[in-house]
Design a protein around this ligand. Structure first.
Ligand code: KIV
Ligand code: ZN
Length: 396
């Protein structure tokens, strides 16, 4: 039994980051060798448990990157992806053998649609492939993860047979991906519950989630599976990944931290590094982070409505469920715009070093409202300029 296996009974959730593999796989997100090392270093420093560093058979560049990451990463396990093909498994084994803790992550499709159209193999043939390839991987490394690609569109009886075969062949982690982002949280949790109940040796492996976001349910599905016994979550920084992306690491981690009452688990992530990780991944992939993205979007801790700004000035928890500092954002920002009220405007003036009597304040506030109606963003310099006008006006 591995250390991780014992954790299944506990509340510790293993965070498996696949930014450098599934994340990099999406159109336009390619990273250079050096950029991959920078991302890996940050993930390791942040406390990610497993870094999926790439797909070693995919290209010479990927092989070199996985090998280099395996050599330099100090804390995390480094995983390399492999199809259920001997050459893939050997190449992944060669790349991760330099790691202090190396993992081969091998996968095969299990759903009827993939078997019929992509693999063109029978269920019995795929079962034999699972046994052979997991055994081969186990002969190279101790730590083998097996994934049932398109698990959520696989019949439960056959899925259980596949998982049984993988565990018998020595897989230490079993991943049940929602490859096409099709499942709902209830269905996803039910699949884990059924497999864990029906496969005799299921307690010998850690169960893992891997959710894509085609219906915007990747994070909800990943979290739902925890209640059904999953203890590893596969995710990416900023949720980048194939099509609509993967479950976002920062959302998973902060949901677990913020709602520990409803989600009684813990991760090993240093959450104050989340904003930095988001910025780095956005910069190296050239993928902008949407303004309203949970946790790391630029509006995640910004308030413009007068009612919200007034509430925030009275008590931070009126409109924030976590502090910006807890994710590495310096502070809440009260954005000055046409929805801002007197309280926020007065606070902003104070911040800029101005104190007014009531009449001058009203004059400046009216000027500010008129400007905010014409201008989308009202910057500090705009406010300074209109305040100067108000002061001049008072002296006329
Ligand atoms: O989405 C998926 O099924 C995958 C596997 C390779 C784990 O990325
Ligand atoms: Zn995937």
């Amino acid at each position: 039994m591995t250390t991780e296996t014992k954790d299944v009974a506990g509340d510790r959730v293993v965070i498996f980051d696949t930014t450098l593999r599934d994340g990099e796989q999406c159109p336009g997100a390619t990273m250079t060798f050096d950029e991959k090392l920078d991302v890996a270093d940050l993930l390791d420093a942040m406390g990610v448990d497993i870094i999926e560093a790439g797909f070693p058979i995919a290209s010479e560049g990927d092989f070199e990157a996985v090998t280099a990451i395996a050599k330099r990463v100090k804390r995390a396990t480094v995983a390399g992806l492999a199809r259920a093909i001997n050459a893939d498994i050997d190449r992944a084994g060669e790349a991760v053998r330099h790691a202090q803790r190396g993992r081969i992550h091998t996968f095969v499709s299990t759903s009827p649609i993939h078997l019929a159209h992509q693999m063109r193999k029978s269920e019995a043939e795929v079962l034999e492939i699972i046994t052979a390839t997991v055994t081969r991987a186990r002969n190279l490394v101790e730590d083998v993860e097996w994934s049932a690609m398109d698990a959520t569109r696989t019949g439960i009886d056959y899925l259980c047979q596949c998982v049984d075969a993988a565990i018998k062949a020595g897989a230490t982690t079993i991943n049940l991906p929602d490859t096409v982002g099709y499942a709902t949280p209830e269905e996803y949790a039910a699949m884990f519950r059924a497999v864990r109940e029906r496969v005799p040796d299921s307690d010998k492996a850690i169960f893992s989630t891997h959710c894509h976001n085609d219906l915007g349910l990747a994070v909800a599905n990943s979290l739902a599976a925890l209640d059904a016994g999953a203890r590893q979550i596969e995710c990416t920084i900023n949720g980048i990944g194939e099509r609509a992306g993967n479950a976002a690491l920062e959302e998973i981690v902060m949901a677990i931290r913020t709602r520990s009452d409803a989600l009684p688990y813990r991760t090993g992530i240093e959450t104050t590094m989340l904003a930095r990780a988001s910025k780095l991944v956005s910069a190296v992939t050239n993928f902008p982070v949407q303004y309203n993205k949970a946790i790391v979007g630029r509006n995640a801790f910004a308030h413009e409505s007068g009612i919200h700004q007034d509430g925030m000035l009275k008590h931070q928890q009126t409109y924030e469920i976590m502090t910006p500092e807890s994710v590495g954002v310096a502070k809440t920002s009260l954005v000055m715009g046409k929805h801002s009220g007197r309280n926020a405007f007065r606070t902003k003036l104070k911040e800029l070093g101005y104190e007014f009597g009531e009449n001058a304040f009203e004059d400046a506030f009216n000027r500010f409202k008129a400007l905010a109606d014409r201008k989308k963003h009202v910057y500090d310099e705009d406010i300074e300029a209109l305040v100067d006008q108000s002061i001049a006006h008072a002296h006329d």
